[in-house]
Design a protein around this ligand. Sequence first.
Ligand code: NAP
Length: 273
Amino acid sequence: MRQRDFGPTGRRLPVLGQGTWNMERDDRAGAIAALRRGLDLGLTHVDTAELYGGGEVEELVGEALAGRRDEVFLASKVLPENASRRGTVAACERSLARLRTDRLDLYLLHWPGRHPLKDTLAAFEELVRAGKVLAWGLSNFDEREVAAAVACNQLLYHLEERGIEHAALPYCEEHGIAVVAYSPLGSGRFPRERSRGGRVLAEIAAAHGATPRQVALAFLLRRPSLFAIPKASRPEHVEENAAAADLVLSEDEARRIDEAFPRGRRRPGVPTL
Ligand code: NAP
C-alpha cells in the first residue's frame, strides 16, 4: 500500500484507511470481518468517533482490532459538547475503554463547538504527556481556524464536493498538515453510471481495468497531503477500495475528471455533510 508522511507526526501512513460511521447499522460480524480484511490489505488507518452509534462503533472497532492493535493507526474524535479541558480527557478515557486499548494514535475535535479551542488543545497536550494520545488534530475546521502544530484536518472531500480545494487544502499542503478526506465516495451517493460524470469515470476505469470508485479515489489522492478513509462494511468493497491506492491517472484523465466534476465557486468556511 502506498504511504506518505502524515503531517508533522513523523509517521508514514497508507494513503487509504477505513471509516466506521454508521457501522452499527450493518451486520456486526460482517463489519468486523471487513475491517480485519482491510488490515490484511494495508488499510491500517482506522477512523472512528465517540459519536458513532453512541459508542457502539468504538466497541465494534475494539473487537475488530483484538490481537492486532500494534498494526493499526487508530483515530477517534471527541464531540464538541464534551471538548472542555476536563471533558476531553474524560471522553478520551471512555473511548479508550470501549476500544480496549491504552492509546490513540490520533485524537480529533470532531467540529468547532462552544468550548474555547485552547481548552481542548490543552487537554490534548495533557493526553499526549500521559501517553494516551500520540498525536492530535481537528476536523471540519477552515484554514483560518486551524491551529499551529495540528497533525491533520479531517474534511469532507469527494468528486461532487471539491470546496476544500479553494483554500483549506492548499493551506494544509503549504503548512505540512495532513488532510484526511472523509466521505470520499460521497457517503453513499456516488455519481450514477448514466450521468455525464459517471460516464467519464466509467471510460477511464475501463482503460485501466479498474472501477469508477477506484478512479474517484485515485483522483482525490493526487493531492500530496491527502489521505482518504472510505467506509466499507463489505469485504468486497474493502478489496475494491484498497486497490485504488495503486491506480495512477494520467494528466489527461485527471483533466477530464476535473471538467466533469467542477470545483464550483468558493463559499465561506469548509463544506460539511
Ligand atoms: P463513504 O466512505 O464516502 O461511503 C460509504 C458508503 O459507500 C457505504 O454505504 C459503503 O457501503 C459504500 N461503499 C464503500 N466502498 C464501496 C465500493 N467499493 N463499492 C460500492 N459501495 C461502496 O462515506 P462516509 O462513511 O460518510 O465517510 C467515510 C468515513 O469518514 C466515515 O465512515 C467516518 O469514519 C468519516 N467521517 C467523518 C466525518 C467528520 O465529520 N469528521 C463525517 C463523515 C464521515 P458498505 O458499508 O455496505 O460497504
